[in-house]
Design a protein around this ligand. Structure first.
Ligand SMILES: Cc1cc2nc3c(=O)[nH]c(=O)nc-3n(C[C@H](O)[C@H](O)[C@H](O)COP(=O)(O)O)c2cc1C
Ligand code: SF4
Length: 388
């Protein structure tokens, strides 16, 4: 057991003087170049999973030609094991609105949308009340940036940015071909910044604290803190804000039940890390990244069942638009079932691993491309649990 506890942080949830949108007001007085410089200096990378540098995304969208631009907050939160955006929107909605309004100023947008996961409909009354307050305040300070909430309908794929725009436009939520990227062709075909809920809050806190203080948290590749949703075999499940770049063994010391055999980092589309690799795994962009989901499994769990459950999820949630994902998800599920039953030899797992790698290379969007993450990390590390 490590003798020091992981550093708890309260950058995202902490109380601060934004009661009357003070930080937003102060930031709006600054030039867009100054704001972008601070963002760049902070090293902030998106908190939705892929970790794209936020300053660059905003800069490209600001530079894109056209008068009509949009800001979209991705609150679809569909990754299994992730429930932190719900908590952020419940506890600090003003920080989210402020981050979006700052983005509006930087890219020259007058409209922002929060795409809210359908199952979070119960948040609407409180969020709309807060939004009324925001709009009243915006009027008093002459801020021309309106925010509206659009509700999803419970499809995981609608968290993928281009499928999300399609869904917002009233179409079936299917990913678009990329390029063009949202920075030039997003909502309604206009330049759009889309960021995760937590990313917008980070922006506001960088504006409040300055990039230097922000950078004091985390590592060179993973600046700042992260809100984690901790679930599974842990005596203390819940939401925790911790410094990025922590070693996984220390995380397990603190959150595990003493019998952890694996941690699934980043949900079903993330990686499964076995106990023997806890010590050498860093949670962050330089190691294993996560949008927030941390699921612990102890020795009572069957990793075959865990993988089977993920594959059923992907099969169900695949939009069916491209063959590698539509057919591949099914074949991987059927394949591990056949090996487990003894209908196929264990060598067949090698063919399935090859299939998952071709999905990574050929699937159209992140859903199909990321199936190989959990598939290969579970099959390689828990092969004995996959066979008859
Ligand atoms: C299948 C799929 C589901 C996704 N779901 C979410 C989601 O629920 N929330 C989110 O912020 N990003 C999600 N993403 C990532 C988004 O496409 C996008 O990269 C992200 O919203 C960008 O925000 P960021 O730069 O702040 O991370 C998903 C991606 C894929 C492929
Ligand atoms: S990879 Fe899957 S979810 Fe993505 S476009 Fe292809 S079928 Fe749809």
């Amino acid at each position: 057991m490590s003798d020091t506890k992981l550093k708890r942080v309260d950058l995202i949830f902490g109380e601060y003087s934004n009661v009357k949108y003070k930080v937003l007001e102060d930031t709006l007085k600054r030039s867009t170049d100054e704001i972008l410089e601070d963002l760049l200096e902070s090293g902030l990378r998106g908190r939705g999973g892929a970790g794209f540098p936020t300053a660059m995304k905003w800069k490209y969208t600001a530079q894109a030609p056209g008068e009509e631009k949009y800001v979209v907050c991705n609150a679809d939160e569909g990754e299994p094991g992730t429930f932190k955006d719900r908590e952020i929107l419940t506890r600090v909605p003003r920080k989210v609105f402020s981050g979006m309004a700052i983005c509006g100023k930087v890219i020259g947008a007058k409209r922002g949308y929060i795409y809210l996961r359908g199952e979070y409909k119960f948040l609407l009354p409180d969020l709309n009340k807060e939004l009324t307050d925001y709009h009243e305040h915006a009027k008093t300070i002459g801020l021309d940036f309106l925010i509206e909430i659009k509700l999803g309908s419970g499809a995981y794929i609608c968290g993928e940015e281009s499928a999300l725009f399609e869904s917002m436009e009233g179409n079936r939520g299917e990913p678009r071909n990329k390029p063009p990227y949202p920075t030039t062709y997003g909502y309604l075909g206009k330049p759009t910044v889309i960021n995760n809920v937590e990313t917008f809050v980070n922006v506001l806190m960088i504006m409040r604290l300055g990039p230097i203080q922000f950078k004091m948290l985390g590592t060179t590749d993973s600046r700042g803190s992260k809100v984690f949703s901790v679930s599974g075999d842990t005596p203390i499940p819940g939401i925790y804000e911790l410094e990025l770049g922590m070693p996984l063994d220390r995380f397990v010391d603190e959150f595990g039940d003493g019998d952890a055999k694996a941690v699934q980092v980043g949900g079903a589309s993330g990686f499964c890390v076995p106990r023997k690799k806890f010590k050498d795994t860093v949670i962050g962009f330089e190691g294993v990244p996560t949008g927030g989901s941390m699921m612990l499994f102890n020795s009572s769990r069957s990793m075959f069942n865990v993988l089977h459950n993920y594959l059923e999820f992907f099969e169900e949630e695949s939009c069916g638009q491209c063959t590698p994902c539509r057919v591949g998800c099914q074949q991987l599920r059927k394949g591990i079932e056949a090996v487990k039953k003894g209908d196929k030899k264990s060598l067949y797992l090698d063919q399935l691993l090859k299939l998952s790698e071709s999905m990574r290379l050929t699937a159209k969007c992140g859903l199909g491309q990321s199936v190989a993450n959990s598939f290969s990390s579970i099959v390689y590390n828990f092969k004995e649990e996959m066979i008859y």
